[in-house]
Design a protein around this ligand. Structure first.
Ligand code: MN
Length: 319
């Protein structure tokens, strides 16, 4: 058996430290872009597992490195180049500093970064890290004075009041969101199988007004019923746990569950959100390269991030 052929060499990619070879942004206060890839390796991990998804952001940069020479080529997922003429490119802001012990500071760091990025009119694409990193991001969105719809795409509902004595962890993300005054509506897509949630958590969420479209619902009825729940013109925050995807295409996650979404189903949800409303912020979380299978999950998720950047660039340029 010989060495695996190298796609990067085939395409003439050059080494890059940034996602898709995008410009690096080192000063958030002067950021000028359509969207911003920003890595958050850790916020509030549970003691039993620690910061298990800390290598997620780096893994996506590596997964798409073979395409750095192709950024201007036709992206058939988008019907044109990822960043067509008349649009602004995304930038890569690197990874935020974090601590394995000081979770309050991790949250404050994420909150400050997101608030600064959003104040510059740039859409943050926060890349985790585990599913606790969206909590400070969602909190920061309140600084704009606007109200938001969350479209959460996840195999799990994340409505625990607390887990292992921690209220800011990855099983409580949507319950914490529901407590924020600027979160008007929550739509949750893709829940399936057994997670950490109890039936009482599901009841609480429905009482709050969450609209659920479970994995079985999506496979029976398609995605239109979920997308129809987004009010026209809404400001939409996409909270994407990659375990919403089927493990056959995204094995790089701890909470694998059979019966997940396909690549194009997730893309359709992101496109649909941009069509019905305006994408205001995005997170991709639970990315765990250590359990990936031959890079398949990194491939899937990095391409989805690139497509999301293209959709946001179009949205901002009103294309
Ligand atoms: Mn999940």
């Amino acid at each position: 058996m010989g060495k695996k052929p190298d796609l990067a060499a085939l395409f003439g990619a050059t080494a890059s430290d940034t996602f898709l070879g995008l410009d690096a942004c080192t000063d958030l206060a002067s950021i000028d872009a359509s969207s911003a890839f920003i890595g958050a390796p850790c916020a509030t991990p549970y003691g039993s597992v620690g910061a298990y998804a800390q290598n997620g952001p780096a893994s996506l940069r590596e997964a798409i490195a073979s395409l750095t020479a192709n950024i201007e080529r036709h992206n058939f997922d988008l019907g044109g180049p990822t960043f067509p003429e008349g649009t602004k490119r995304a930038v890569d802001c690197g990874d935020l500093e974090w601590s394995e012990t000081d979770f309050a500071t991790n949250r404050a760091t994420i909150r400050q970064a997101i608030s600064t990025i959003v104040s510059r009119g740039v859409v943050p694409i926060l890349v985790g890290g585990d599913d606790s990193i969206p909590i400070p991001m969602l909190d920061a969105m309140g600084d704009t004075g606007k109200t938001y719809t969350i479209l959460q795409i996840d195999a799990h509902i994340d409505w625990r009041e607390s887990h292992m004595g921690e209220t800011q962890g990855l099983s409580s993300t949507m319950r914490r969101a529901s407590e924020m005054d600027h979160i008007e509506q929550i739509i949750q897509v893709g829940a399936r199988g057994i997670g950490s949630g109890h039936s009482s958590d599901f009841d609480d969420a429905r009482k709050w007004g969450v609209k659920f479209f479970t994995g079985p619902d999506v496979h029976r009825n398609g995605l239109k019923p979920a997308l129809d729940q987004i009010d026209e013109g809404a400001n939409v925050i996409l909270c994407i746990d990659i375990d919403a995807l089927d493990p056959s295409i995204a094995p790089n996650t701890i909470g694998r569950a059979p019966g997940g979404l396909s690549y194009y189903q997730l893309l359709e949800l992101i496109e649909g959100a941009a069509k019905r409303g305006t994408i205001a912020a995005v997170d991709f979380v639970e990315i765990l390269p250590e359990v990936d299978v031959d890079g398949i999950g990194g491939l899937t998720v990095s391409r989805l991030v690139a497509a999301t950047m293209g959709l946001i660039a179009r949205q901002q340029a009103r294309l």
